[in-house]
Design a protein around this ligand. Sequence first.
Ligand code: CDP
Length: 210
Amino acid sequence: MTQRLVIAIDGPSASGKGTLARRLAVHFGLPHLDTGLLYRAVGWIAARTGRPPSEVAAGLTAADLDDPALRGDDAGQQGSRVATLPEVRANLLRFQKEFSSQASGAVLDGRDIGTVICPDAPVKLFVTASADSRAERRYRELRERGVDTIKPRVLAEMAERDRRDSERAAAPLKAAPDAWLLDTSDMDADAAFAAALAFIERKGFRSSGP
Ligand code: CDP
C-alpha cells in the first residue's frame, strides 16, 4: 500500500506557496487548505466586531472564510497580529489537524504546517523568494485586483509582517529541519510547480488520475 500523501507547504508572504499548493492539490486530486485564511478571518472578524480573537477562532465556520475582503492586505496584517496569540493558534489547531488527517491525504499551506500541524507529513516544502520579488508579485496582484497602492508601501508592509511572523514566540515561521527549500525568486508559477512535482515524484508519489 502506498503511503498517504500529505503535502505541507510553508513560507513567507507572496513566496508563491498558495499558487503552488493549489496546483499540487489539483494534480494529485487532494483537498487543499489555505491556513492563512483562518488567521485572516479571525483577525478581520475580531477587528470588526470587537470580540476577543480567541473566541472568534473557537467559533469559526466555513462560511466565515468566503468573504472576499479576507484577500486584502488589511486582513493580512490583522491575521498576522492575531496569529501571535497562543490561544488563537490553539483554537485553530484541531480543525487543521483533522483536515490533514483525512483518508484521502491533503495539501496544507501556511507558516507552521511542517513544524506544528503536520510534523509527520511525508512531503514538506519551504517556499521562499527574495523580498524584492515577493513585493513585486504582491504589488502586481493587488493592482490586478484594482487596489490602489505603491510599491514602497507593499514592501514596507511585507517586511513588517515577515518580522512579526518570524520573531513571534508561538509557532514562528521557520523551515522544518526535513523541509525541501524551494527558492522561487527566478521562477514563474509553472517552473515552481515543475520543480516541486519532480521532488515529490522522486519520493515515490504519483498522481492516480488520468
Ligand atoms: O497570503 P500570505 O502569504 O500573504 O498570507 P497568509 O498565508 O494568508 O497568512 C496571513 C497571516 O496569517 C500570516 O502573516 C501569518 O501571521 C498567519 N499565519 C500563521 O501564523 N500560521 C499559518 N499556518 C498561516 C498563516
